[in-house]
Ligand binder design. Structure first.
Ligand code: HEM
Ligand code: MG
Length: 261
C-alpha cells in the first residue's frame, strides 16, 4: 500500500514522462575528471547526459528522473534502489553518491560480475571484454532466455570460485546479482516472457550506449517493483541445476530407499 500510494501520487501530480527522443542522441563517454563505475547502466545514463556527465552528486531526484526519462522506471522503484545505494557514500547522512563510490569492493560491488573482473584480479569496475565473452557464451539464443542469463551468472560464479581464493558471494549478494541479470529484461526485453533482446543487450554492455540506432525504444509500460520481484523469483527458480521438482526428488529417494531395504 505504501508503494502504491507513492505511485498514485506521482501519476496524479506529474506528467507521465518527459521522454525526449533527442535526449538519447547525446552521447559522450566519460573523460578525464568524470567518474564512472561498475554499473553499465549508470555509466550509460551518464554518457547520455540523463545523469550528470561527470558522474558526481547523484541525488534521489536526479537518479529518479534519469531512470524514469531514459528507461521508464516507476519513481517508487528507483527510490528503493537509491536507498540501497546510499551506503556507497561513506559520509554519514549523505544524500547523494558519486559513480566511483560504487567501486568499493564488498559494499555494493561483488565478485562474479558478468562484465567486470573480480577485485582480487585488479580492476572491478572497468568493462572487461574477456570476462564478458565468457558470460556471452551462454547467451545462445536471441532473445536471451531467463535460463541463459542464469547460466552466465552461475558460470561466472564457478569461474570466480575456481580462480579467486577470496571469492565471496553471500545470499545478499545473490539477491543483488539476480537484480542485475534481470535488469536487461526490463530495459531491453520482454518482462512477460522473461527474455531480453540479445543484440540490444550486448550492444549496451560493450558500448555503454543505449541501442536506439538498432531499433530499441524506451519501454512503453512503466517498470515497477512488482515486475522486478516477479522476475527475481523466476531467476531464483532457474538457479537450480536439477530438472525435477524437490517433492518429486524426495518421492524418488523414499521409494528407492524403501525398495532397497
Ligand atoms: C551492476 C549500482 C541501476 C544494470 C551494478 C553494480 C552496482 C550497481 C554497484 C556492480 C555490481 C557488480 O557487478 O559487482 C546501481 C545503482 C543503480 C543501478 C546504484 C541505481 C540506483 C541500474 C539499472 C540497470 C542496471 C537501472 C538496468 C536497467 C546493471 C547490470 C549490472 C549492474 C546489468 C551487472 C554488471 C555486471 O555483472 O557486469 N549496478 N545500478 N543498474 N547494474 Fe546497476
Ligand atoms: Mg563486480
Amino acid at each position: 500500500a505504501f508503494f502504491a500510494g507513492i505511485a498514485i501520487a506521482q501519476a496524479a501530480s506529474a506528467p507521465t514522462s518527459s521522454e525526449d527522443a533527442s535526449a538519447y542522441s547525446y552521447w559522450q563517454p566519460g573523460g578525464p575528471g568524470d567518474f564512472r563505475g561498475p554499473c553499465p547502466m549508470m555509466n550509460t545514463l551518464a554518457n547520455h547526459y540523463f545523469l550528470p556527465h561527470d558522474g558526481k552528486n547523484l541525488t534521489r531526484e536526479v537518479v529518479t528522473k534519469a531512470l524514469q526519462d531514459a528507461l521508464h522506471f516507476e519513481p517508487s522503484l528507483t527510490e528503493i534502489m537509491f536507498e540501497q545505494a546510499l551506503p556507497a557514500n561513506p559520509l554519514p547522512n549523505a544524500t547523494w553518491f558519486d559513480l566511483n563510490q560504487l567501486n568499493v569492493h564488498a559494499v555494493l560491488e561483488h565478485d562474479a560480475s558478468l562484465s567486470r573482473s573480480d577485485a582480487y584480479f585488479g580492476n572491478n569496475h572497468v568493462f572487461n571484454q574477456t570476462v564478458f565473452d565468457e558470460s556471452k557464451k551462454y547467451w545462445i539464443d536471441d532473445p536471451i532466455t531467463a535460463d541463459q542469463l542464469t547460466n552466465s551468472k552461475v558460470a561466472r560464479q564457478l569461474q570466480s570460485r575456481a580462480g579467486n581464493p577470496t571469492y565471496n558471494f553471500s545470499s545478499t549478494v545473490d539477491n543483488f546479482s539476480r537484480g542485475e541479470i534481470l535488469a536487461p529484461i526490463v530495459a531491453f526485453g520482454d518482462k512477460v516472457a522473461a527474455t531480453t533482446n540479445r543484440t540490444f543487450t550486448v550492444h549496451f554492455f560493450e558500448n555503454e550506449h543505449l541501442p536506439i540506432h538498432l531499433g530499441w525504444h524506451r519501454p512503453t509500460d512503466p517498470v515497477t517493483l512488482e515486475d522486478v520481484t516477479k522476475l527475481s523469483e523466476i531467476l531464483a527458480k532457474s538457479q537450480t541445476l536439477l530438472t525435477d521438482s524437490v517433492s518429486e526428488q524426495q518421492g524418488t529417494q523414499n521409494t528407492t530407499h524403501g525398495e532397497t531395504e
